[in-house]
Design a protein around this ligand. Structure first.
Ligand code: HAM
Length: 416
């Protein structure tokens, strides 16, 4: 075949869909229980929206965005993440002027051009939560607790929560200066990317994968020593709430998020066994983003998780997910003249909510019986010459092999 799936993408085939659906259903259920409502935004937006929100110097904007021009020469981008679109919608619908709380969840594909590897794709799926409208530390803890509850309901065990505070915009400036002072003597030896990071976003130096740059990290100043009083208190309160909600975590001052909009709380969920791509979810507070995108200054906090990494983690723990759904009944018609009666039953049963399977390609009774067994249906409905005469089909229980004549009412009662 001349056509291949694009690199870094994959098909979710029907055999995998049940697992996906189970994870999605669980997320929806938990999000709703915490009072979050679904929002769906376009998968492409003006490229400037992401440049402004993720940060011009972020990897996402510098290297990973799928940009394209439309027929009128406007530059759009496939969304690399969900937060910017949600905030754009929030501001565009003037929810910032109404005040109050907005609680959103979303599920959908995101796009990043990066080197594909296990757990890293060019089209991947995120589930996410955005709480907009309060700086109360309770909400930082609430979104984290929601994620932990979701993972617990899926049965995932080996996952650790790491939290940090990156401070407010003012704390960040002081910290950036401290980092520059620390790295200055080594500037010439840093990798070219880090030399650039040194100027524009020094904290990204902490996240570099090059051995020499990494070796400097352990003695680098910690963000936590550069928090002002308010930011310190906020972080302490978040931890109090987590403690009181029974959420276990570890403070890790070297958590650096890849996107620029974070203020104060930043967190990641790590599954060590996943190797290089071990972050299954991440997020934090972004108090400056709404005003930066033209809305009224409004605090917010949220996170997103990657479905692929989550499914890999579940697989590693032997959690298979959902069993595929089998038909309740398989309809067998023996001979052409039974077709009308068979179709009548098939149609009525489906209208009454029963999962019915039928395969007109199989003609002999034997072939149809075999197909009924293979379908894993619990019952077979057999319509032959006798059944046509009595107008009563035969219901066969494929587990016990017992069979009896039934009218439609009796049949439906049994199946329901
Ligand atoms: P992020 O850390 O860039 O944050 O992505 C969140 C999660 O998406 C990651 O932890 C990972 O599981 C998954 N992910 C990211 N890139 C890929 C990829 N190429 N392939 C597979 N999975 C991937 C955000 O996107 C923020 N919008 C989160 C947020 C929401 N912060 C506040 N609100």
């Amino acid at each position: 075949m001349n056509y291949k799936i694009p690199r870094g993408t994959y098909d979710i085939m029907p055999k995998d869909s049940a697992r996906w659906q189970h994870v999605i259903d669980t997320f929806r259920r938990v999000a709703q229980r915490f009072g979050y409502e679904e929002i769906t935004t376009p998968i492409f937006e003006m490229a400037g929206l992401f440049e402004r929100s993720s940060g011009e110097s972020s990897d996402v904007v510098q290297k990973e965005m799928y940009r394209f021009e439309d027929q009128k020469g406007r530059t759009f981008a496939l969304r690399p993440e969900g937060t910017a679109g949600v905030v754009r919608a929030y501001v565009e619908k003037s929810l910032d002027r109404l005040g109050g709380r907005s609680k959103f969840y979303y599920i959908g594909p995101m796009f990043r051009y990066d080197r594909p590897q296990a757990g890293r794709y060019r089209q991947f799926y995120q589930y996410g939560i955005e709480f907009i409208g309060s700086n109360h530390p309770y909400y930082d803890a609430e979104v984290i607790a929601l994620e932990m509850q979701f993972l617990a309901e899926l049965g995932l065990k080996n996952v650790s929560l790491e939290i940090n505070s990156v401070g407010c915009a003012q704390c960040s400036l002081t910290y950036d200066e401290a980092l520059r002072a620390y790295y200055q003597p080594h500037l010439a030896e840093l990798c070219p990317d880090c030399q650039n990071r040194f100027e524009v976003r020094p904290r990204r130096l902490l996240d570099c994968k090059v051995a020499f740059c990494q070796s400097l990290r352990k003695d680098a100043p910690s963000q936590l020593d550069y928090l002002d009083q308010d930011c310190k208190e906020h972080f302490a309160e978040v931890q109090n709430y987590l403690d009181q909600m029974g959420v276990t975590y570890r403070v890790n001052p070297s958590i650096v998020r890849g996107l620029d909009y974070y203020t104060n709380t930043a967190f990641e969920l790590i599954v060590e066994s996943l190797g290089a791509q071990n972050s299954i979810a991440g997020g934090g507070r972004y108090n400056g983003l709404i005003s930066q995108l033209g809305g009224k200054d409004t605090p917010a906090v949220g996170f997103a998780g990657g479905f692929e990494r989550l499914l890999l983690a579940l697989e590693k723990e032997g959690i298979a997910g959902y069993e595929p759904i089998n038909p309740t009944i398989y309809v067998i018609g023996i001979g052409d003249e039974t077709r009308l009666m068979a179709l009548e039953y098939i149609t009525k049963l489906r209208q009454d909510g029963i999962y019915v399977d039928y395969n007109p390609d199989k003609s002999s009774f034997k072939a149809q019986m075999k197909a009924a067994d293979a379908s894993k249906a619990r019952y077979a409905l057999i319509i032959g010459e006798d059944e046509l005469g009595s107008k009563l089909p035969t219901l066969k229980d494929l587990e016990s092999s017992q069979q009896r004549s039934v009218d439609y009412r009796q049949l439906l009662d049994i199946l329901q």
